[in-house]
Unconditional design. Structure first.
Length: 261
């Protein structure tokens, strides 16, 4: 069943064409890998899907509803969550407070209210909602961070900060999770652990679109691959078919990605 569909999506920044007439469909329950050289338009596409950018042309549908042009908060409410290439967490909050900030009812106070309470009343967040705290701990256990729940986010090792960002995205109860290079900067052991977390997220029924340069990751977890080059889609299909496509090899896999496979 179709979950997300993009039709002739383009994005221009002045005279720069970041994406040009991109079409693709992401199906319920699948992991769609997105690869391409630096500057190919991968992060721009995620920014469009999550509402951080508005398409110059084209249409994006989620569960049959047109979402292109909606803001990020509204799109998140429909069930799309994301992580960032450069990790974004509340560094001066504890690990569990970061998750609680994503669990609050955005129709009432919103996450910033909890952030302010956490600054002014150090452990105030714990007393706000027992059920939310239990859910936050469940999510931290899921990504292997429960033992760090009272640690300030700024004190976490880099790999664990990336897990925290994933847990925070999961706190919004997404149907679709957009991951922007979740394995960047990880050592081999951390990489394997990250792969298992992503697979388990998918086993829980959450569809995933993942940008990744590490071919071990993208080939090992993706049901399908899509390749962007200079803002255009040049290939899409089963990972083994895309990996052997001469056009893809020439544009991308013949370089650093081929070496790291």
């Amino acid at each position: 069943m179709e979950l997300l569909k993009a039709t002739n999506v383009s994005k221009h920044f002045g005279g720069l064409v970041a994406l040009k007439n991109v079409d693709f469909t992401l199906y319920q329950g699948e992991i769609l890998g997105l690869i391409g050289p630096n500057g190919a338009g991968k992060s721009t596409l995620i920014n469009l899907l999550s509402g951080y950018f508005v398409p110059t042309r084209g249409e994006i549908e989620f569960e049959g509803r047109v979402i292109s042009g909606m803001n990020a908060s509204r799109i998140s409410g429909f069930g799309i969550a994301r992580t960032f290439q450069l990790v974004r967490v509340f560094k001066r909050l504890t690990v569990i407070e970061n998750i609680l900030a994503a669990l609050v009812d955005r129709n009432q106070d919103g996450p910033w209210a909890l952030v302010m309470h956490s600054f002014t009343r150090r452990r105030g967040a714990y007393n706000m909602d027992v059920h939310a705290c239990a859910k936050a701990e469940e999510l931290l256990a899921f990504v292997g961070l429960l033992e760090y729940r009272d640690v300030l986010a700024e004190s976490l090792p880099y790999a664990l900060t990336k897990r925290l960002e994933i847990a925070r995205a999961l706190a919004t109860k997404p149907k679709l999770l957009l991951l922007d290079e979740p394995s960047c900067g990880l050592n081999p052991q951390e990489l394997n652990e990250q792969i298992e977390i992503i697979k388990e997220i998918n086993r829980e029924g959450i569809s995933i679109l993942i940008i990744e340069h590490v071919m071990k990751v993208i080939m090992g977890i993706s049901h399908r691959l899509m390749v962007l080059h200079y803002g255009e889609k040049i290939a899409e299909g089963k990972p083994e078919d895309v990996y052997s496509d001469p056009l893809v090899i020439d544009a991308y896999l013949g370089g650093e990605a081929h070496v790291t496979h």
